[in-house]
Ligand binder design. Sequence first.
Ligand SMILES: N[C@@H](CCC(=O)N[C@@H](CS)C(=O)NCC(=O)O)C(=O)O
Length: 214
Amino acid sequence: MAEYQLYCFAQSGNAYRAALMLNLIGADWQPVWVDFFKGGETRTPKYRAEVNEMGEAPVLVHGEKKLTQSAVILTYLSERSGMFMPKGEDERLEALRWIVFDNQKVNGYLGPYRFLKNFAKAAAEPEVLRFLKGRIDGSLAIVNKRLDGRAFLLGERPTIADISMCGYFYFPVEEFGFDIRADHKNIGPWLDRIAALPRWRHPYELMTGYPLKL
Ligand SMILES: N[C@@H](CCC(=O)N[C@@H](CS)C(=O)NCC(=O)O)C(=O)O
């Protein structure tokens, strides 16, 4: 068995953060596929009792330790590996600031938007999509501005803030119906810089369950 197990599924940008980090640090890890869509696995009493009481993926298992919330997983892995770690109090707080913003307002809206457009059983209400798209546009503009003149979110070096922020950004344009790179000129080059890191892989290569069979 690999050193780390990651409960995840290919379509999850939240889980991609953890999967990408594991790969970038060269960890010995294996995906444990979560039947999120057809089986509704994260909603089952068994999953909530045995895997994650919050009913979410990703979950990282490392020996006796079980960690959830991608921000916690990224922090743990960066501290263990010494890679992509913000250095000193100011950088640590700055990384946390961007990770919280990402979780709530960037991927926190992109994820549900893409879910409603592609995977939800019922057709999405146009008003709901319009609301989410407005929030997404506003948040992506803030990220785009932050990347003006910076290679990565904290400066010249990639950190867990970048690995968190890119969660949903590599999924195909068709799954969103809009093109993040075309609409925000600093985001594409930043994504290319992350994708140029050794051992970077696309979410659909890194995690199991693609293509989705419903
Ligand atoms: N903030 C969490 C979000 C995790 C999350 O929402 N994961 C989705 C899958 S992409 C999930 O399991 N959702 C279940 C639900 O909301 O019921 C993280 O970053 O780990």
